[in-house]
Ligand binder design. Sequence first.
Ligand SMILES: NC(=O)c1ccc[n+]([C@@H]2O[C@H](COP(=O)([O-])OP(=O)(O)OC[C@H]3O[C@@H](n4cnc5c(N)ncnc54)[C@H](O)[C@@H]3O)[C@@H](O)[C@H]2O)c1
Length: 261
Amino acid sequence: MSLLQGQTGLIVGIANERSYAWFIAQEFLRHGGRCVFTHLPGDKNAHRTRRSVEALGVTDPVLIPMDASKDADLDAAFGRYAEMHDRMDFLVHSIAFADRQWLAPGKFAETPREAYTQAVDISAYTLLAMARRARPIMARSGGGSIMCMSYYGGEKVVPGYNVMGVAKAALECTARYLAWELGPEKIRVNTISGGYLRTLASSAVGGADAITEHVEKNSPLRRNVEGGDVGKTAVYLASDLSSGVTGETVYVDCGINTLGL
Ligand SMILES: NC(=O)c1ccc[n+]([C@@H]2O[C@H](COP(=O)([O-])OP(=O)(O)OC[C@H]3O[C@@H](n4cnc5c(N)ncnc54)[C@H](O)[C@@H]3O)[C@@H](O)[C@H]2O)c1
């Protein structure tokens, strides 16, 4: 199947081969999509992202440095993309950041203003910032699909997820407002609420073993999510199969969110 044949887009958030964005890129490539990638500035980050992308079989990948908390970086990255491609069919936002010092049970009420605003800025505002820059490129090729990654801790309390939960609530709401405003230009905006996956970002949140044990024992599918589960849903959201779907949060968590206790 080549559900993304002829499509080109930008994937933001590959740090290594465990990143959710890496699994999304793997499925996009499998379905014929062409991907441009960003990485945090710095040689070490560039090297790590390059190695991960090459492991997907992409020889000579296009990698653009971008710290999404900086407007100048965002302008330069989307500008560079637009110089290379006259269309953007998909944009994957798979980034988040919060100072790990505040990601432990009992620490939420202590979160300083700066840590709170930084978490919301990098993890949620950047979706709006990227969507604004993607909009003209997507609009001139007849639309596109924007997606971002959330977690259930943005809806219900997951002890220790703390300020990241606040940021995810903001992210999901940002996606809905963007969906409404960009819809007339045939740009769809959706959120994937993914289950727990061991990655660099998730290692900052305590209690992983308790979460994975609980999900394995109690989720409807009696297992934890794999990166590929999210990758395949991302293909659906990027492809014409989801042509009527926007402003939605799609859960890819083996069903654990459906439980009442
Ligand atoms: N791993 C999980 O359990 C899980 C579950 C649900 C949702 N998510 C979400 O998935 C997304 C990807 O996280 P992941 O788990 O794959 O971890 P990851 O550490 O592999 O990816 C996080 C990415 O964010 C990037 N990033 C951080 N600050 C940035 C900035 N200022 N500018 C640009 N990029 C920046 C990092 O470089 C990294 O590539 C995040 O939004 C995360 O909250 C993760």
